[in-house]
Design a protein around this ligand. Structure first.
Ligand SMILES: Nc1ncnc2c1ncn2[C@@H]1O[C@H](COP(=O)(O)OP(=O)(O)O)[C@@H](O)[C@H]1O
Ligand SMILES: [Mg+2]
Length: 338
């Protein structure tokens, strides 16, 4: 691809340093996506400028005016500490008329709410866990029709924030306690979902109108403590030492039941279209022990660090890291105008 001027947007704390030398493992883990993207694009000859976005849009406008980017590489995941505001940053890019990588604002909004996306997909007969939402400030009671166990989560947070083993509850007292924890400590509405015991599968997709589906990936757990639920808690996702101890691996999904590969691909394409996603996304599923596939969530603009599932699946599909990043840029440049 011809060299591009790329404006990289991210949280100010994630603007990559000049080198990784002397950084702790935790810090490297935190900045790895931004580091991988920026260093790879530079190595491929693109001119990259990073700008941190926290609670102000002005730095974006200044950089667009002075740097005149061909494209924005959007790695912003929220605004003013609120993940659900990421869509508005993208809306601002649309108002500025600058092409950007990743998903359009409407797709971000439809996919973000853990209840909204499930309602839309349920209408289209895609299987989702039963759920109930608990708005902040309202009395918490177990609804009569709720079966236990459930998993209690924030309605809008990402990255397993607020998810630990204690999130899976099998009695009313624990349910109320955990909903209270989400309300008070995470400071958002809560959702309790039917807990789907089974395998955890991810499908990565990339494209606008024409969509490429990558081979399914799986999060596996080899050394969990007895009785611990096999779920992607905060530690499972973000603590490399814990990952080694508990034998957590991301790998191609092997030995799927007959027909499941085709079903995953077909369902993922439908979900991408129904939620109006574009750019790139990862759809997360649970496959129950009796072979039923449940939609968990759609992640537009998912994690694209070199070592994570999206990039690994793309690589497996014949799209090595640098080419994958350039594909995201060409999708941005070719997105039809609104
Ligand atoms: N209904 C469910 N049944 C079983 N496990 C679940 C369910 N919902 C969430 N989980 C587990 O919790 C993890 C995080 O939940 P998710 O809804 O994807 O939130 P986040 O946006 O924080 O990633 C999932 O990857 C999965 O391991
Ligand atoms: Mg998730």
């Amino acid at each position: 691809m011809k060299a591009q001027r790329v404006l990289h947007l991210t949280h100010p704390s994630l603007v990559p340093p000049d080198s990784l030398e002397g950084l702790s493992e935790k810090r490297r883990h935190a900045i790895k996506t931004d580091w991988d993207v920026v260093t790879e694009l530079r190595a491929r000859g693109h001119e990259v400028v990073s700008v941190g976005v926290e609670d102000e849009l002005r730095p974006i406008r200044s950089a667009v005016r002075s740097f005149k980017p061909h494209v924005v590489f959007n790695l912003v995941e929220g605004f003013d500490g609120l993940p659900q505001l990421d869509a508005h940053v993208v809306s601002y890019l649309e108002l500025l008329g600058v092409p950007y990588t990743g998903c359009n604002p409407r797709g971000l909004v439809l996919a973000r709410g853990k209840a909204l996306s499930k309602k839309l997909l349920h209408y289209h007969r895609i299987r989702t866990p039963a759920f109930h939402t608990f708005p902040k400030g309202r009395q918490v009671k177990r609804p009569k029709d709720m079966q236990l166990p459930v998993i209690v989560k924030s309605l809008v947070e990402e990255s397993s924030i607020g998810i630990s083993q204690a999130s899976v509850v099998d009695n009313e007292e624990r349910l109320i306690e955990r909903v209270g924890f989400i309300h008070d400590s995470i400071d958002t509405d809560a959702i309790a979902e039917e807990f789907i015991d089974g395998r955890e599968l991810y499908v990565a997709l990339l494209g606008n109108k024409r969509v490429t589906v990558m081979p399914p990936w799986e999060l596996t757990f080899e050394n969990l403590a007895d009785g611990a639920p096999a779920i992607a808690t905060e530690r499972v996702k973000h603590d490399p030492a814990f990952q080694r101890r508990a034998g957590i691996f991301l790998q191609p999904a092997r030995n799927l039941p007959d027909g499941m590969l085709a079903k995953l691909q077909r369902t993922s394409r439908r979900i991408y279209r129904i939620l109006g996603l574009d750019g790139y996304a990862r759809i997360d599923y649970r496959l129950s022990h009796d072979g039923k596939l449940y939609f968990l969530e759609a992640n537009p603009n998912p994690e694209i660090a070199r070592s994570e599932e999206f990039a690994s699946a793309a690589d497996e599909a014949g799209l090595p890291y640098g080419e994958m990043l350039e594909r995201l840029i060409s999708l941005a440049l070719r997105r039809p105008p609104n």
